[in-house]
Design a protein around this ligand. Structure first.
Ligand code: SAH
Ligand code: SF4
Ligand code: F3S
Length: 453
C-alpha cells in the first residue's frame, strides 16, 4: 500500500506530517510522490488564511475525478482544516477521513478501518478549549518519533508546546490547535536524545509562543532558557533553533542570555510585530505598543550583538489607514529585520476580528501595501546581506538547490547559517546533512552566494 502525503501550513504541520509518515512506515506503508500512484492520499491542511483552505478545496475537487475511476482510493483530510470543519468536509465527496491535529496517532487505525468497512470516519476534538482526551496517546506517539523521515537531512522539529491561548483577534490557531500546554522537559529531552542517536544535528523547538514555554515540576519551574541549557548538553546536537517568539518581557532576558552564553543556540529570533500602529496592535489584541516592541529588539541586540531577527506583518487589517500603514513602514525601517513575512489580512470565521470588525480595506490597497512593505524590507535585507560579502560563514548543508547548475561537475548546494541566512555554493552532494564553511562572494536580499572553503 502506498501513501501520498501532502502538507500545507506552518512548521507544526510539517512536524505532524513527519510523525504521521514515520508511524505509517512502521505500519508497513510505502510512500508515493503523487496521488495517481497512491492507494491513500492524506492532505495535512492549514486554516490560517482563506487562500490556504481554497487550495485544499481545489485539490479535493481533483481527487474526486481520480476517485471516479478508482473508487478504492482512500482520501484523508488531516490538520487544522479538519479540526475547524469536522464532518462538514464530507460535503467534498472525495473525503473518507477527517482527522484533527490532536488525533494523528489514530491515523493508521482510521485508514485500516475505512479500507475494511468502506465507510467515512471522523476524529476531531469536540471541545477545543479543553484538554483533548487524545492528549496522552499523542504524547506517547510523539515521544517515539525518531526523525527517520525528515525533509532535510540531519534536521528535525521538536514540539515544545501545543496550542495557543493568545487569541489575537484575527487568528484561527487557538480554535484549531486548542489550549496552550508545554510538554515536559523530560519528554522533550528523551525525544531529542533519540533524534541525536539517529544522526540529527539541528533541532528546532516549536511553539506558537515558544518563549512562553513554562513547565512546573515539584518546586522548579522550567522556562525556555532552562530547556536550551538542557538540550545543549545532548551529544550530537550541534545547533538549536526555536520559533516563534511572542513580543513579551516574561523570560525574555533569560532566553537572550542563554542564546549569548550557549554556543549551540543559533543567533536567530523570529518575533512577529504584525503592525507598527498602536491602534491596530490594540485592535489585534497583541498586548504591546510599537515602542515596547522595539525595546525588545534593542535588548536582544544588546545581549546578542550578532543576532538575526525576522518578523511577520499583516497589512490591510480592518480600519488600517494610510497613517497606520506608514507607522508599520517606520517600524520595519527601525527594526532592520533580516527578512519579514508579509500577509494580507484574511478574515477567519469564528475569530473576534471577523465577528466584530468589517474587512474594509479594499483588496487593491492590501496588495499595494503588501508590495510596498516588501520593497522596504528588500532594501534592508539587501544591505544586511551585503555586509556578509568577503566573510566565511558556517552552514548546515540541506542538499542540492532546485536550480542546481554544476561547476566542475559539482552540484549547487543550499545550506543555512546559524542566523538562518540561505547560502548557495557548489560542492559534493554528500555534504548534505553536514556542516561546511562557505566564503561569501556575492549576495542578493535573500541569498548569500559563495565558495566552499
Ligand atoms: N504563533 C505565531 C504565528 C502563527 S500564524 C505568532 O504569533 O507569531 C503565522 C502568521 O500568519 C502570523 O504571524 C500572522 O502574520 C499571519 N496571520 C495569522 N492570521 C492571519 C489572518 N487572519 N490573515 C492574514 N495573516 C494572518
Ligand atoms: Fe495566533 Fe496570536 Fe496565537 Fe500567534 S500568538 S498563534 S498570532 S493567536
Ligand atoms: Fe496553519 Fe494550523 Fe499552522 S492553521 S499556520 S497549520 S497551526
Amino acid at each position: 500500500m502506498k501513501v501520498f502525503l501532502q502538507t500545507f501550513g506552518c512548521q507544526m504541520n510539517k512536524l505532524d506530517s513527519a510523525i504521521v509518515e514515520s508511524s505509517l512506515r512502521d505500519a508497513g506503508y510505502q510512500f508515493a510522490n503523487n496521488a495517481k500512484d497512491a492507494d491513500v492520499v492524506l492532505i495535512n491542511t492549514c486554516s490560517v488564511r482563506d487562500h490556504a483552505e481554497q487550495r485544499v478545496m481545489s485539490h479535493l475537487g481533483n481527487l474526486k475525478h481520480i476517485k471516479e475511476t478508482r473508487p478504492d482510493l482512500v482520501v484523508g483530510v488531516i490538520g487544522c482544516m479538519a479540526q475547524r470543519l469536522g464532518s462538514e468536509l464530507f460535503k467534498q465527496s472525495a473525503v473518507d477521513i477527517v482527522c484533527g491535529p490532536a488525533q494523528i496517532a489514530e491515523i493508521p487505525r482510521l485508514i485500516a478501518e475505512v479500507m475494511q468497512e468502506k465507510k467515512k470516519t471522523v476524529a476531531v476534538t469536540e471541545k477545543i478549549r479543553q484538554i483533548s482526551p487524545d492528549a496522552q496517546s499523542l504524547e506517547r506517539f510523539e515521544t517515539e518519533y525518531s526523525g527517520d523521515d525528515t525533509d532535510i537531512p540531519a534536521q528535525a522539529y521538536v514540539r515544545a508546546m501545543h496550542g495557543c491561548d493568545k487569541f489575537c483577534s484575527y487568528c484561527v490557531v487557538p480554535y484549531v490547535r486548542g489550549l496552550e500546554t508545554s510538554r515536559s522537559p523530560e519528554a522533550i529531552i528523551e525525544q531529542t536524545k533519540r533524534l541525536a542517536q539517529n544522526g540529527i544535528k539541528q533541532i528546532t523547538l516549536l511553539g506558537q509562543r515558544i518563549n512562553a514555554y513554562e513547565y512546573k515540576a515539584g518546586d522548579k519551574t522550567y522556562c525556555l532558557a532552562d530547556l536550551l541549557e538542557m538540550i545543549s548538553e545532548i551529544d550530537g546536537i550541534e545547533w538549536i533553533k526555536f520559533v516563534t517568539s511572542y513580543p513579551s518581557q516574561k523570560y525574555y532576558k533569560e532566553i537572550m542570555q542563554a542564546m549569548a552564553e550557549l554556543p549551540k543556540v543559533c543567533r536567530y529570533l523570529h518575533i512577529p510585530a504584525q503592525s507598527g500602529s498602536d491602534q491596530i496592535l490594540k485592535a489585534m489584541n497583541r498586548g504591546y505598543t510599537s515602542a515596547e516592541y522595539l525595546e525588545l529588539l534593542d535588548i536582544a541586540r544588546q545581549i546578542v550583538p550578532d543576532i538575526a531577527i525576522a518578523g511577520d506583518f499583516i497589512v490591510g487589517f480592518p480600519g488600517e489607514t494610510d497613517d497606520d500603514f506608514s507607522q508599520t513602514v517606520d517600524l520595519v525601517k527601525k527594526a532592520r529585520y533580516k527578512n519579514s513575512f508579509i500577509f494580507k489580512y484574511s478574515p477567519r470565521p469564528g475569530t473576534i476580528a471577523d465577528k466584530r470588525l468589517e474587512d474594509n480595506v479594499p483588496q487593491e490597497i492590501k496588495e499595494r501595501r503588501n508590495h510596498e512593505l516588501l520593497k522596504v524590507q528588500e532594501e534592508i535585507s539587501r544591505a544586511l546581506a551585503a555586509e556578509v560579502t568577503g566573510r566565511t560563514v558556517k552552514v548546515l548543508v540541506e542538499g542540492p538547490s532546485k536550480k542546481s547548475h554544476q561547476v566542475d561537475n559539482l552540484p549547487q548546494l543550499i545550506g543555512r547559517t546559524s542566523g538562518d541566512w540561505i547560502a548557495v555554493f557548489n560542492g559534493p552532494e554528500n555534504l548534505a546533512g553536514r556542516f561546511a564553511n562557505v566564503k561569501i562572494t556575492r549576495t542578493t536580499p535573500l541569498t548569500l552566494f559563495g565558495e566552499l572553503v
